[in-house]
Ligand binder design. Structure first.
Ligand code: SF4
Ligand code: SF4
Length: 382
């Protein structure tokens, strides 16, 4: 009964739109085109025309194209959630996780930023100060810990930004793994798990991809941390060093702050990160470029979360590896009876869900070594 409920599991490789066919390329092209217009409308000269997302937003009575994006994002997640739950909603973990994902997006990442400004100020020029996104933390929302941002938002939001990023997020990742964020709260993960679910099996499991992932994601994490520190330094020295200020936060497109915004925020997170869902799987951004995923992954490695393997049960069907959206070769651990913690694992639980033998279990129990004693099996921490 449980397995029958996994509606469509075997259809994974039979549907052309899910296997890099023509339709997949068309969807990827449409997504890339949309993100290019959204982020680069000022540079493309489409302002005010039929292709201008600001004009679409105004036509719908929304304050900016970012709120239009939030509305479309929420709709994509709701549609994707229905698709996902139809296939995998037979497990309570999946129902709760996707329900929370969609709830966080609709309430914290769309409705509150939309309505909060109307309650807090009557001055439209100050609206942006109250358009606050509670579900995004530094370094994913890179601007949140910039000195300028911290000074300009209401103090309660500034405290939330600091405590959320530097205390709550790492602590929760230590105790529960990064799944609390990457698979339950984050909008990028939420979109990947709902709208992106049809393409999760396209994620590469090759060693070359793994090497690229480790280098790329830690480089972006380093850049996010270093650039935030440089912005604080720039704030401290201020006008006393005009050249340093121009390089770091001068407002020109080539200043470090602008470049990070364009390359990481617009191209890697949006145009490539989401545009390539139908060709490379739904976690291109999370896996290769997200600084938050990299940082929380380090705490996950030090912490309690792991995937435990029941000894001598695996039949090597490979479902777990196929369905891992982070490209982790779960089967190799299961075959060798090794429980494991991988920094990349977002704790989506799909490997355990699709396993026909119930071999895998996601756990946060405090004593990793207690398991080792109990089973006499090695615990791998990579
Ligand atoms: S190892 Fe399992 S829980 Fe972790 S990301 Fe892969 S499928 Fe999800
Ligand atoms: S752990 Fe389960 S899903 Fe993975 S290969 Fe073994 S039997 Fe198949």
């Amino acid at each position: 009964m449980e397995l029958q409920g996994q509606n469509g599991l075997l259809a994974t490789f039979r549907e052309p739109w899910r296997t890099r066919g023509g339709v997949a390329y068309a969807v990827a092209g449409a997504l890339i085109g949309f993100y290019t217009l959204l982020y680069f409308r000022d540079h493309l000269g489409v302002a005010g025309g039929a292709l201008d997302p600001e004009a679409w937003a105004a036509a719908l009575g929304l304050r900016s194209r970012w709120l239009l994006y939030g509305a479309l994002y929420s709709l994509a997640m709701i549609g994707g959630a229905a698709y996902y739950l139809r296939r995998h909603g037979n497990a309570r973990y999946n129902r709760w996780r996707i329900g929370v994902n969609v709830g966080v997006q609709v309430v914290l990442a769309f409705t509150l930023p939309l309505v909060m400004p109307y309650f807090f100020t009557g001055d439209p020029g100050q609206f942006w100060k109250y358009e606050y996104y509670f579900s995004y933390f530094w370094p994913l929302d890179w601007y949140k810990l910039h000195p300028g941002s911290l000074q300009n938002v209401p103090v309660v939001f500034a405290i939330y930004s600091i405590v959320g990023a530097l205390v709550a997020a790492p602590l929760l990742a230590y105790f529960y793994g990064k799944r609390w964020y990457c698979s339950w709260v984050c909008g990028c993960g939420g979109l990947a798990n709902t709208f992106g679910d049809p393409w999760r099996h396209l994620t590469s499991t090759s060693t070359r991809s793994w090497r690229f992932e480790k280098r790329a994601v830690h480089t972006i994490m380093f850049l996010a941390i270093a650039s935030t520190l440089l912005l604080f330094l720039d704030h401290l020295v201020g006008d006393r060093n005009a050249t340093f200020h121009r390089l770091i936060d001068g407002g020109q497109w080539w200043s470090m702050k602008s470049l990070y915004g364009y390359v990481v925020g617009a191209i890697l997170a949006g145009v490539i990160g989401t545009g390539l869902y139908p060709l490379l799987g739904p976690r291109v951004w999370c896996r290769n470029f997200c600084p938050m995923a990299a940082l929380l992954g380090l705490f996950q490695k030090l912490g309690r979360f792991r995937i435990t393997v029941k000894p001598d049960m695996c039949i090597s069907c490979g479902n777990c590896t196929t369905y891992c959206e982070m490209g982790i070769d779960v089967r190799s651990y299961a075959q060798s009876n090794e429980s494991f913690t991988r920094a990349a694992c977002v704790g989506c639980g799909m490997c355990a869900h699709v396993c026909p033998r119930g071999v895998l279990k996601l756990e946060n129990a405090p004593k990793l070594q207690a398991d080792k004693k109990r089973t006499g099996l090695p615990v791998v921490n990579l």
